[in-house]
Design a protein around this ligand. Sequence first.
Ligand code: B12
Length: 220
Amino acid sequence: MASKEEFQEQMKNGVVEYEEDTVREAAQGWLDGGYDPLEGIMDGLAAGMEIVGELYDKNEYFVPEVLMCADALYAGLAILRPHVPKKEDGINAQVVIGSIQGDVHDIGKNLVKMMFDVAGWDVHDLGRDVPLEKFVEEQLRTDSEVVAMSAMMTTTMLGMKKVIKMIKEKNPNVAIMLGGAPVTKDVANLFGADGYAESAGNAVSEGIKMIARLREMRNK
Ligand code: B12
């Protein structure tokens, strides 16, 4: 049987080389070896997608290759994701999440969604290319305290500012979190968001901080 490092490399390279079967086998081997599924997702699958991003930036990969890489990543995710344990001491909270209108990038959003999910939050996932008003409607429908939006393009990112304005007008007691490659803490502040996280790894802790501030304000 391959070692932990070997399985991790196979997942990473399998995503880069868009070899779905290799990724599936390595993900299964990772599970059979008793290794942490979340670590496999982040350090194997997502790490592979980072390399894909670099290849795309260097014009070595184009959209068709990248799409196949995304498929390979999702094939591995389908195997590992059901085995990520839910935290028992999760807080009682709801989040609406989606990739903003015009943006079909959803890999990062789905990783963030997974982190909220395993942390015990109720997650209302609107998917990708979500019309701006849909975020407002879903927040009102579910009465969620947090709305999390993802944008991967500088053009689509601007839609988030509009959503923040629309939500705050209807309901000021909502904490809005932004993320995605072109978004920075400064952009989030400028747009009037309440929170920002650079990666899926710290999205939940940022969400918890926002909720604590919100509940404190409500109790004043
Ligand atoms: C994969 C990919 C695609 C895939 C998407 C598949 C899918 N299902 O998602 C496909 C091939 C469809 C695609 C299409 C396009 N793409 Co593209 N794509 C990428 C690529 C290579 C990787 C993105 C990715 O998945 N990264 C891996 C994940 C794990 O990382 P992540 O998304 O950054 O997410 C992490 C954090 O950002 C954060 N995060 C993300 N969302 C959120 C949300 C919240 C709330 C929080 C807290 C955190 C958070 O947490 C995540 C995990 O840690 C990037 C290049 C890059 N370097 O980013 C280009 C990139 C995003 N694409 C780009 C472009 C231009 C396009 C196209 C216009 C290309 C074209 N000519 O058609 C189309 C646009 C389609 C559209 N309308 O959306 C540009 C955007 C440029 C810009 N700044 O505006 C990039 C940056 C490439 C480049 N350098 O030019 N793309």
